[in-house]
Ligand binder design. Sequence first.
Ligand code: FAD
Length: 467
Amino acid sequence: MTSPPPVLVWFRDDLRLADNLALTNAVRSGQPLMCVYVRPAGPACTTALDWWRLQSVQALDQALCARGGRLHVFAAHAEQLVPELVRYSGCTQVFWNRRYDPAGKATDTQIKAQLKQMGVEVHSTPGNLLHEPWTVRSKTGQPFQVFGAFWRAACAAAHYPAPLAAPAGMVFAPCTAQPAAQVLPDVEVGELPCWAKAMQPYHAFTEQDAHAQLQDFIAHALQTYTQDRDFPDKDATSELSPFLRTGQITPGQIWHAVAAAGVQGGGVKFLSEIGWREFAWSLLWEHPDLNTRNLKPEFDTMPWRVDPKGLARWQQGRTGYPLVDAGMRQLWQTGLMHNRVRMVVASFLVKHLLIDWREGERWFAHTLVDYDPASNPMNWQWNAGTGVESAPFFRIMNPILQSQKFDPDGAYIRTWVPELAGLSGPDIHTPWQASLLQPTGYPSPIVEHTVARARALAAWKAQKNGG
Ligand code: FAD
C-alpha cells in the first residue's frame, strides 16, 4: 500500500502547537505533515526580533521533536522555496495561518497563486488576531478612526471560539528539499552578536513559558492591573507582547483565560489593551504605509531637526534625564521597555529633541523583541500627535514629573542607570540638582526642559500656520 502524499504546514507568526488552526486542519487531513519555517536569506540575526524568533523557532522544533517530528528550517526567498518544496516533496495541500503585514500579505498572495496554478490546494486560516483586520466596521461599513468606538463594536460582535488543543496523533513526513535550497538541518542560531547574548537571561521562549506567564499574571497582577500598570518598577503587566508577536500564545487563549478568571477588576482594562493591538492591525490594514506617512498630513511640513548626535544620545540612554535613559538602556539590554516609559522616551525624542518620530520608530523596530509592524508605528504616531485620535502635539510630557509620578522611589532608574544608584531621595529624578554632585560620569541634560518645550511649541505653531 502506498503512503498518502504529505501536506505542508508553513509556520510563520504562529510558533505553537495549540490553538493553531492551520496545524489542526493539516492533521485532520489524515496525511503526513511536513512542518516548515522559512527565514529570509541573508544574516540570521540583525534585529532583536530576529534573535527572539530564532530562539522561538528552536523551541517549536523541540516541541515537534518530542512528538517524533521536526521543524525544517530554511534560509531562502519564500516565493521560490515554498513552490519548489511542494513540487519536490509531492505535497498536495499547503496550510498556513494568515499574515496581515503588507510584505507578508504580498508574499502570500503571490505564493498562493503559484500553488493554485500547480494544482495544489492552499488553506489559509485566520492568524494572530481576535478579529480579521477588515471586519470591525462602523454601521456604514467604514473603518473606525477612534479606539473606543472600534473596541465597543469589536466586543459587541465578540464570539471567540474556545481555543483548540494541540492536535493529537501527528504523523510526520520526511523533508524532501530541492537540491539548491539552503536547508538548515538543525535550527541555526549561529554566532550571535554580543548584544543578543546579553538579552538571553531576560527571556524564555516556549509555548509553555507563555502560558505559565499568563497564569502567573492572572494570579498575581490582573486584579490590580488598572492601578499598577503605569509603574515600571512593579511587576504589574503581563509581558506577553513578544509571545503574541511570534504566536506562542493567541489573543483568543488570553481572552478565554481572563474570562475564566472573571473579567472584573483589571480584566476589562487588560482586555482593552489586547484591543489596542487589534486596533493597530486594523489601522495597518487601511494604511499600509503607517510607519512612513503621517496620518495627519498637516505634519508633513513639520520642521523636524536633523540631529545625529542628539539621536545617538537618546539611543544610548545618555540624555541626562534619568527616566528616559533608564528606558533606553532597558530596551538595549533586554529588548523590552515598559509601556509608560515607551511613551516618555517617544515624547522626549519627538518633542524635546524635535526629531522625526520615524527615527524613533526605526530604532524600536531594530531593538524591540516585541517589535510589531502595526503596534509600533501606531503608538509612535499616537505619541507624536501625527496619528488618528492622537494625544495632541502641544501636550508635552515633562520627563521629570513623569519620573516623580511613576517611579517615585527611583527604583526603576537605579536598576538601569547604575551611575545614579548612589543618589537618594528626590535627586534621583534631577541629578543635576543634587546637593552633592558625584563623579558618576552621568551626563548633564542634553536640553533644558522649558527651553525644549518652548522650541517644540514654536515649531508646531509655525507648521500650523503654514510654515
Ligand atoms: P500589557 O500591559 O500586559 O498588555 C497586554 C498586551 O496588550 C500587550 O502584550 C500588547 O500585545 C497589548 N498592548 C498593550 N498596550 C498596547 C498598546 N499601547 N498598543 C498596542 N498593543 C498594546 N507593543 C508591541 O507589542 N510591539 C511594539 O512594537 C510596540 N511599540 C510601541 C512603541 C511605543 C512608542 C509605545 C508607546 C508603545 C508600543 N507598544 C508596542 C505598546 C506597549 O508598550 C507594549 O505592547 C507593552 O509595553 C507590552 O508589555 P506587556 O505585554 O506587559 O503589556
